[in-house]
Design a protein around this ligand. Structure first.
Ligand code: AMP
Ligand code: ZN
Length: 668
């Protein structure tokens, strides 16, 4: 064999093995440094020799593939859900049905944890991972193979004596400690914390850029082999073998011979689950013998050979001591219940969010009420009820505040909104610091060296009162502050200087205009190109932009009608921040330029996003509503009748997806 090829293959095999030792067996044999060096060698060799490409190389773990849409793929074997049970009686019923069907009174069961994550189906052929598909509706799911390859507990290449072709199912999770770390980081960046590990795992898997997925602490537990040819005799053997083939199999499963064994396993894990570093929402009981699994088969929804036992969500009563109110950066008021501390799911709960006034009204809360607290998604506790019979008649009913707890201005609540707002935009302290904290956060200006606490500190010392003031800070101001070392001060100045290179769309996001998130900021930056044009845009002009509705348009116009905001923007402009789109990055391909398209209806050959993308990369513009300025309606099936009437009245041509493709190919 060619010696380079051999070298590459050796490195690949070595890295696959070290990966297995580290992530599955938890027994690393080389240092992280040595691992990184070998990986680097492999990356270099692969770059030089693309002819030896391998889509399952360990270098695929770093990601780098960007996908706009995930392909929908049909599962070879449908992914069923599980029937649920909640008591010993339920389980006895299930077992009796098994006896009746199988005529065997000596059944063995394999009990496993029910991992609370995102289920995934992995397909292996000749020992290589070739496809990873989400559960979807059970029949079809999304092909997320590229993202899955970045998860190090999933083998790309198997070891030992594996079947030629099979599927294996498992659950992608984020461990509790990693989840807390992620949230700590988000909070320090002024971002909303993630709700719970499961949703975060699920969101991570749907990211379009696989190198972003590679940064998320995702792990995978595997638990079920699916194949038309079953070579092994029991579920237990399959798990043992799968471990040898390189899969991450939790060692928490147990073989049980009776209902009492099963109940013992259940109560053990019900008590111990808080000590696990990942979340489970029950246990799964499976008939151990594979022959029997085949014989029992499936109902339309569930396997008959398996059942889930769901743990009760832990609830506990405690006293409501008081309600405090937090002011967010947009002025939104969130009521928070302060509780008598109580142990729930392994942690002390002292506070629970009450969301908004409607929530308080729903429970008709009084001070000192005994409330029932539950861990929603196991992380953020919520109040789910109140023990009215225990209410002290002398207690005071909780009345939502009328004035801002910080600046004391009267609060406002619009009919269509759930939250109360403090409208004192310019002078309400938590809104001011909240905006500055948003401005410096990672997805906005990403100013290294400053954290949220520093912002509070600077504000409280009268050194800043808006984000433009950050750029006027002097070294001697900072050095006097508590806990500020020379080095930290230096970092702040470097961070501020670097932020001048950040592109217009992110600057726009950083301004913290209500409802202008990253996506909207990108859209309007592209559409208006420089700040003055955006500042003078009317609501009607904004509404013409694709996906910009009334709520956003109104908020943008309101933001720029504030004199103080305008002054701050001019200051930032003078300082050197980017307030126009980088001209060099503008599109050169402009076959459709000067044409405004409205896309509506359901299409057969392309998704709506694909079509919109085609229009934009060819220089066309998108709008969400039809007006006299619209040049074409790109229409699929089921266009609303009012839209059709409007284009007819205005004489706007309706084109199909084929027409569009022709336009792009033939030029207009
Ligand atoms: P449910 O979503 O409540 O119908 O429960 C079915 C889901 O539980 C399956 O689709 C799997 O994603 C998940 N699950 C978690 N752990 C296991 C396990 N050990 N065996 C089978 N399914 C499991
Ligand atoms: Zn206020």
């Amino acid at each position: 064999m060619n010696s380079v090829k051999k070298n590459i293959e050796n490195l690949r095999n070595e890295l696959h093995l070290h990966n297995y030792n580290y992530y599955v067996l938890d027994k690393p044999e080389i240092s992280d440094y040595d691992f990184d060096m070998k990986l680097k060698d492999l990356i270099n060799l692969e770059k030089k020799h693309p002819e030896f490409e391998d889509i399952n190389s360990p270098t695929m773990r770093v990601g780098g593939v960007i996908l706009k849409n995930f392909k929908t793929v049909k599962h070879e074997f449908p992914m069923y859900s599980l029937d649920n049970s909640y008591s010993k009686d339920d389980l006895e019923d299930w077992i009796n049905r098994l006896y009746k069907n199988l005529q065997d009174n000596d059944l063995q069961y394999l009990c496993e944890l029910k991992f609370d994550g995102v289920s995934i189906n992995l397909t292996y052929e000749y020992g290589k991972l070739i496809k990873a598909v989400t559960r979807g509706d059970g029949e079809k799911g999304d092909d997320i193979t590229e993202n899955i390859k970045t998860i190090k507990t999933i083998p790309l290449k198997l070891r030992g004596n594996y079947p030629t072709k099979f599927d294996i199912r498992g659950e992608i999770i984020i461990e509790k400690d990693n989840f807390f770390k992620m949230n700590k980081k988000r909070l320090s960046e002024g971002l909303e914390p993630y709700m719970n590990p499961r949703n975060t795992a699920s969101g991570s898997l749907k990211l379009q850029n696989s190198s972003e997925v590679a940064k998320r602490p995702l792990k995978c537990f595997l638990y079920q082999i699916v194949s038309s040819e079953q070579k092994l005799k029991t579920q237990n053997e399959y798990l043992l073998n799968a471990l040898d083939w390189g899969f991450n199999i939790s060692n928490t499963y147990k073989l049980c011979n009776s209902i009492n064994d099963i109940m013992e396993y259940i109560s053990y894990w019900d008590k111990k689950r808080n000590n696990l570093n990942f979340e489970i929402d029950g246990i799964v009981i499976k008939v151990n013998k594979i022959d029997y699994q085949f014989k029992l088969g499936f109902t339309s929804k569930y396997p008959r050979w398996s059942i889930a036992y769901k743990f009760k969500t832990e609830q506990i009563s405690t006293k409501l001591l008081s309600v405090s109110y937090q002011v967010g950066r947009t002025g939104a008021i969130t009521p928070v219940a302060n509780l008598e501390p109580v142990l729930l799911g392994g942690t002390y709960v002292k506070r629970a969010s009450l969301h908004n006034q409607d929530q308080i009204n729903k429970f008709d809360l009084y001070l000192n009420d005994i409330v029932i607290v539950e861990k929603g998604g196991e992380i953020i506790p919520k109040i789910v009820g109140v023990e009215i019979e225990k209410r002290d008649v002398k207690s005071e009913k909780i009345k939502f505040i009328e004035n801002c707890p910080s600046c004391f201005k009267l609060l406002s609540r619009k009919e269509e909104e759930a939250h109360h707002y403090c409208l004192n935009y310019n002078d309400c302290p938590p809104q001011i610091t909240g905006r500055i904290q948003h401005f410096i956060s990672r997805k906005a200006m990403d100013i290294n060296g400053i954290g949220n606490e520093t912002i509070d500190l600077l504000y409280n010392n009268g050194l800043i009162s808006n984000y433009a003031d950050l750029y006027n800070l002097k070294k001697e101001d900072l050095i006097l502050l508590d806990r500020m070392a020379e080095k930290s001060v230096e970092n702040i100045f470097i961070g501020l200087e670097d932020s001048k290179k950040i592109g217009f769309e992110r600057v726009l996001f950083a301004l913290g205009i209500r409802y202008v998130g990253q996506t909207v900021a990108k859209k309007i930056a592209k559409e208006f190109k420089y700040i003055n044009k955006l500042m003078s845009a009317s609501i009607d002009e904004l509404l013409l932009v694709d996906e910009i509705g009334e709520r956003i348009s109104e908020s943008i116009v309101e933001f720029f009608s504030n004199k103080e905001n305008i002054e701050i923007i001019y200051k930032l402009k003078n300082i050197g921040l980017q307030f126009e789109i980088d001209k060099s990055s503008q599109l050169t391909n402009s076959i459709l330029s000067g044409n405004i398209f409205v896309v509506s209806g359901i299409f057969t050959d392309h998704s709506r996003d694909e079509l919109k993308n085609m229009i934009e990369i060819n220089g066309g513009r998108l709008s969400s509503s039809i007006s006299s300025k619209t040049n074409y309606l790109l229409g699929g099936d089921n266009i609303g009748p009012s839209k059709l009437l409007k284009v007819k009245k205005l004489g706007i041509p309706v084109i199909s997806e084929n027409d569009l493709i022709e336009m792009i190919n033939l030029k207009l």
